[in-house]
Design a protein around this ligand. Structure first.
Ligand SMILES: C[S@@+](CC[C@H](N)C(=O)[O-])C[C@H]1O[C@@H](n2cnc3c(N)ncnc32)[C@H](O)[C@@H]1O
Length: 212
């Protein structure tokens, strides 16, 4: 961990931002720091920027989930953003969908160790759960281009719900190729939004697509 990332992660701004969930987020950060690289969950360069690039970046999705009582994070990997969402939204049931067994083992361990009783880990590809369950909101980060992502996510979104994706700034280019699948699932026009967390942390692009 760099000094700058540690200073950010232990700052009053970050403590205030997470409020009474801060200790759980800090516990998750500690586990990622100690085991993330070793267990092949994050790359070696990421260890130095876990707070800003990963935890706060993941947290930026939460304000866009509105009052969703059920969320599925697809391609959760190390738990980003799924574990962060589950910590910040204890009132929501959070499904973490991940095909790699090594990663689902980690996700189950983290949920148990942090006492996150609202987490349900689902082993497999998102497509395998089409028709098996529906949620109010589906999140994802760094899983696929928007057209493929929409095909994976929208079948899990109940009508009136939404998919909320953490994306890079060039996401506008992914919208045209996704139009056909968006029409198929009666999705509304994608909204490109700015996700912010605390002063001093980079903002992120969030794409929200409502299903009618
Ligand atoms: C680049 S990682 C990103 C992990 C995490 N979301 C993050 O931002 O750190 C992509 C993840 O998506 C998972 N994945 C790939 N195809 C998938 C699918 N069809 N359904 C669900 N997850 C998938 C991979 O196993 C991997 O864990």
């Amino acid at each position: 961990m760099t000094d700058a990332d540690e200073v950010l992660g232990t700052s009053t701004a970050v403590r205030d931002f997470f409020g009474d969930r801060y200790d759980l987020v800090a516990g998750y950060h500690r586990r990622l720091l100690e085991e993330g690289e070793l267990r092949g969950l994050i790359g070696p360069r990421e260890v130095d920027r876990l707070w800003e690039r990963h935890i706060l970046n993941s947290a930026a999705v939460v304000p866009f989930l509105s009052s969703a009582s059920s969320v599925a994070d697809i391609g959760s990997g190390a738990g980003l953003p799924g574990i962060v969402v589950a910590i910040m939204r204890p009132d929501a049931e959070v499904f973490l969908v991940e095909p790699m067994e090594r990663r689902t083992t980690w996700l189950s361990e983290i949920a148990e160790d942090l006492g996150l009783t609202n987490v349900v880990v689902k082993h497999g590809r998102a497509e395998e759960y089409d028709g098996a369950f529906e949620v109010q909101a589906v999140t994802s980060r760094a899983v696929a281009a928007l057209s493929k992502l929409a095909r994976m996510s929208l079948p899990l979104v109940r009508p009136g719900g939404e998919m909320v994706v953490l994306k890079g700034r060039s996401v506008e280019r992914e919208i045209e190729p996704a139009r056909k699948v968006l029409r198929k699932y009666k999705a509304a026009e994608p909204e490109i939004l700015e996700g912010r967390t605390v002063e001093g942390a980079e903002s992120t692009t969030v794409v929200r697509i409502r299903r009618r």
